[in-house]
Design a protein. Structure first.
Length: 268
């Protein structure tokens, strides 16, 4: 999954894709480099970010969705707003990537069910502006798994098909660095949820706890390590900013994983 942030304040790229034309071009390039899915988002969800008005989010993302859909790209819309999800799916998106796990907009579960889109339910606690207040855990792995199961229950209660659900441990969301590393290290525990796993470590600030202070674009080697771990521990989708390089990383990690499973006789 390649990331296209149509925002002026993206933590990862400084807002270079705020222009819809540039964003669409980069999305098409990522698809040509091997991204199976392009994730388009118009609202920054970095820690401390304020909520974006609906009209502005639609203005940012819809031209990009239109152009990428016309190019035959498989699209995910990164939003927690029902109105944005409905409009993006109507224009060609097939996945709704919800950073709230169906907690922020009570209308979103019904919107997803009605459109028939797939949905990524991410583990999170609290809004971006104060998410670290909720970063208190006794057992990160168990709490993430339990709260993702609760999100799945919310989806099923709204009529979303279980087969349409993907889960995401939410690295960097309502988690301090040690929590994100713990959630990643325990990724294989999410197999018991019995849904495909998306993992998004790319360029996130928790990586600097291991490598020291770096700007987001200087975290690619650390991202490669985290992407490798994600694949080896069972992620089915990895969300990244540098597609061409991470396609190579995924291919090698996946080959290692296949041989490891052949060696121990397991099939996952």
């Amino acid at each position: 999954m390649g990331v296209v942030n149509v925002t002026p304040d993206s933590f990862s790229d400084g807002g270079v894709r705020f222009d819809p034309g540039r964003a669409a071009e980069d999305g098409l390039r990522m698809a040509s480099e091997g991204a199976d899915i392009i994730d388009v988002g118009g609202e920054s969800t970095r820690p401390g970010a304020e909520a974006l008005p609906l009209a502005e989010e639609l203005r940012r993302v819809l031209p990009v969705v239109d152009r990428l859909a016309a190019g035959g790209v498989t699209l995910s819309i990164d939003t927690y707003k029902a109105a944005v999800a409905r409009e993006a799916v109507a224009r060609g998106a097939s996945i709704v990537n919800d950073v709230s796990g169906f907690l922020f907009d009570r209308e979103l579960p019904a919107a997803v069910a009605e459109t028939g889109a797939a949905v990524v339910l991410m583990h999170n606690r609290g809004r971006s502006r104060d998410m670290y207040k909720e970063a208190v855990y006794q057992n990160v792995s168990e709490e993430v798994r339990r709260e993702l199961n609760e999100a799945i229950s919310r989806a099923l209660d709204a009529g979303v098909s279980r087969e349409a659900i993907i889960v995401d441990p939410g690295l960097g969301f309502a988690k301090r660095a040690e929590h994100s590393f713990a959630a990643l290290a325990a990724l294989d525990a999410l197999r018991t949820v019995d849904r495909p796993i998306l993992c998004g470590p790319s360029r996130k600030s928790f990586l600097t706890a291991a490598i020291g202070k770096r700007e987001p674009t200087g975290r690619e080697w650390a991202t490669a390590a985290a992407v490798t771990a994600s694949v080896l521990l069972g992620a089915h989708i990895v969300r990244v900013h540098r597609v061409a390089e991470m396609v190579d990383v995924v291919r090698v990690a996946d080959r290692i994983r296949q041989h490891a499973h052949a060696r121990d006789g397991t099939v996952r």
